[in-house]
Design a protein around this ligand. Sequence first.
Ligand code: FAD
Length: 424
Amino acid sequence: MSKKIVILGAGYAGISVAKELEKYYARNQDIEIKLIEKNSYHTLLTELHEVAGGRVLPNAVQVDLNRIFKSNIVDVIQDEIVSIDFDSQKLFSNNHEYTYDYLVLSTGSRPCCFNLPGVNEYAYQLWSHKEAIILRNHIYNCFQKASTITDREERKKLLTFVIAGGGFTGVELAGELGEWKNKLCKQFSINVEEVNIYLVEALPNILNILDKNLAKKCEARLKKIGINVLTECGIKSVDKDSIYLSNEEKIEGTLIWTAGIQGNPFIGEMDIKCDRRFRVEVNDYMQSIQYKNVFCAGDTISHICDGKPLPQVVETALQTGSCVAKNIINIINGKEIRPFNPNYHGVLVSVGFSYAVAKVMGVKCSGIVASALKHMVNIHYLYLIGKLSLVMDYIKHQFLQKRYCTELNVSLPVEAEGIKELGF
Ligand SMILES: Cc1cc2nc3c(=O)[nH]c(=O)nc-3n(C[C@H](O)[C@H](O)[C@H](O)COP(=O)(O)OP(=O)(O)OC[C@H]3O[C@@H](n4cnc5c(N)ncnc54)[C@H](O)[C@@H]3O)c2cc1C
């Protein structure tokens, strides 16, 4: 009897599941595979900071799903799921319902504001394509507006940016902003000394998942391009104009929040056992501990593996995705399923266009070599999901097109997806 597999969310994890199933079921008519994604494209989330920092055009991080799934083995559906009934095995959007025999939840994560006063209302975030464009437009508008204002205090406020969180996202964004500010200052005839960019981290060091030496190198690079790195300093609260720090200082400017991560709150509203951060509790096979026909992949997962929680990174998404696909195939074939066995290769963090630090398969490097390695990793991923045409697009966006935006060629409706446009 025909089996229906539904994958919810076409991020790194969902694509990994769907690609593995597509390969296996190339000639099997008895399996129906649906990939449901609210956008028509896959977002290269790890490159969002390049859009927010004006380095690449917004479409550089969007991959049309029809370019990834060209055959009709995987049915790509653009729809947003608003509820799931795990007992009747149905998903519901506003206009449709979908039934499944096996469901994969791969809806990713969202920033977590820890209920700090004002953060949800007044901070910019960087966790979706739209948020990246909104942030980019805001930064550009701040420089443009500052160039028309003579009041010193007002100018200072417009040219001050506080990035909260010294993890991947915060560091990579700070790197982009540190480089873009020079171009914006030139474009709008602003003295670069007037711009203040802070990277604020509550712990004693930035990039705590990285080797200490590499983290120090990153910090030195950030300082070199004009970023004020404040460690052992938290954000206490924020209001419309001011950011209040744990060292009792007050900074007037824009707050960009990258300090915490949680599962997708949508999953938290469903009747499935989650941890307190909306991540689904799974067993070693990446199955929900409650429903054996519901699997999870990527940032959606809450699981302790080798004594540590699974990190919310791309390698987890790709590897859990592959594990889930294989386990579904095994169940359908009446075979034993296998536990998830992670095999992490390393970490790569960029600071602007030509500098990165990396520890890959035990080898450490920094500077342009690590930056080249990061491009190679991106190219490898794009080749796997979409062959040469996606690689060519990447090369065009990264190396051939004019770098750094000098006009706002993409604007969004302010109310897009409930994301607010803040600003002065
Ligand atoms: C700026 C930034 C930089 C990062 N840098 C790195 C890095 O350098 N290295 C690294 O390893 N990791 C990095 N990460 C983390 C990495 O991007 C995530 O771990 C990874 O994206 C997780 O993949 P995923 O498939 O679980 O989720 P996602 O990639 O977020 O995909 C989830 C998908 O589900 C869709 N979706 C959600 N809800 C619904 C719904 N109700 N209906 C339909 N579709 C839905 C979303 O639209 C999305 O496409 C970074 C993250 C950010 C934001």
